[in-house]
Design a protein around this ligand. Structure first.
Ligand SMILES: Cc1cc2nc3c(=O)[nH]c(=O)nc-3n(C[C@H](O)[C@H](O)[C@H](O)COP(=O)(O)O)c2cc1C
Length: 260
């Protein structure tokens, strides 16, 4: 964002019209990344809004309170922050720092990997749902966590079996991912509707999705109800990966996966 301070000497000018110069600043993420000085072009109040508009100024900091002046600048898309006094650079720095605003706090950690979690209940019923609340939570021993809302049909299946599989998803599987994330097994056999292929896991009693490039088999070792979600902490028991993703030491080249 670009903003300006009308100055006289080194201080904020009491009125815009009589200022000597304008300091022009560009702010990014609360820090000033550009500072420029321009002369007041002739003390003609009517021309100033248009003059500053050319520099793409969005906010003008100054000492005055004049309502009429504000209107003329507002017409050019420039907001006046008035009634300021003191050292212009200091005021500009404070303004830049406060330029960030309170944002929505929900799901603020972004981007997150979007995965498909597959599971199997004790009666053998299998299901898959889309999950964005997930992450690594230990590397020794290797552990991952997934957050499941208790109303999901998959929830009791994971709760009773104590295991799940995290399947990393490539964009090629986007249509299936969207379907599994927007339809519940409670209402229909969504796995049959999308011809979802399943294979038994090697270590846990839950299926893997062979059409996903990486499948992480997990045993639930703990869970925490954080609020909307119950976070299931899964000890990683086995990781399947497509061979073309692996180097000679079994490391996965995640850059080769075109994540959703
Ligand atoms: C992008 C995306 C992310 C999602 N993330 C989660 C999540 O982290 N946890 C969750 O419980 N549901 C999540 N969902 C919603 C479930 O996948 C969805 O409600 C699904 O239909 C549940 O299926 P089920 O009732 O058959 O278990 C997400 C859906 C989408 C599309």
């Amino acid at each position: 964002m670009k903003f300006s301070v009308a100055i006289k000497g080194a201080d904020v000018s009491k009125d815009i019209e009589c200022c000597d110069t304008f300091l022009i600043f560009e702010e990014k993420r609360g820090r000033i990344i550009m500072r420029q000085i321009i002369e007041n072009p002739g003390h003609k109040p009517d021309l100033l809004p248009e003059f500053l508009e050319k520099f793409k100024i969005e906010v003008l900091l100054c000492g005055e309170r004049n309502g009429q002046t504000r209107q003329a600048f507002a017409e050019k898309g420039i907001r006046i922050v008035g009634d300021l006094s003191g050292n212009a650079d200091k005021i500009a720095e404070e303004f830049a720092r406060g330029a960030k605003q309170q944002a929505n706090m929900k799901s603020s950690l972004q981007p997150t990997p979007k995965v498909l979690v597959s599971c199997r209940g004790l009666n053998g019923e299998e299901n898959v749902l889309a999950v964005a609340y997930c992450g690594n939570c230990s590397y020794a021993p290797p552990m991952v966590m997934v957050g499941i809302v208790p109303t999901r049909y998959s929830y009791p299946l994971i709760k009773e079996s104590g295991c799940f599989v995290v399947n990393l998803v490539d964009k090629k599987y986007q249509e299936t991912f969207d379907y599994l994330g927007s339809h519940s097994k409670r209402d229909e056999d969504k796995l049959a509707a999308m011809n979802v292929r399943l294979q038994d896991g090697q270590k846990v009693n839950a299926p893997i999705l062979p059409d996903c490039p990486v499948n992480i088999e997990c045993t639930v070792v703990d869970s925490i109800v954080t609020g909307s979600h119950e976070m299931f902490i899964g000890k990683v028991e086995y990781v399947h990966a497509d061979t073309d993703l692996l180097d000679s030491e079994g490391n996965i080249d995640y850059a080769k996966i075109d994540f959703i």
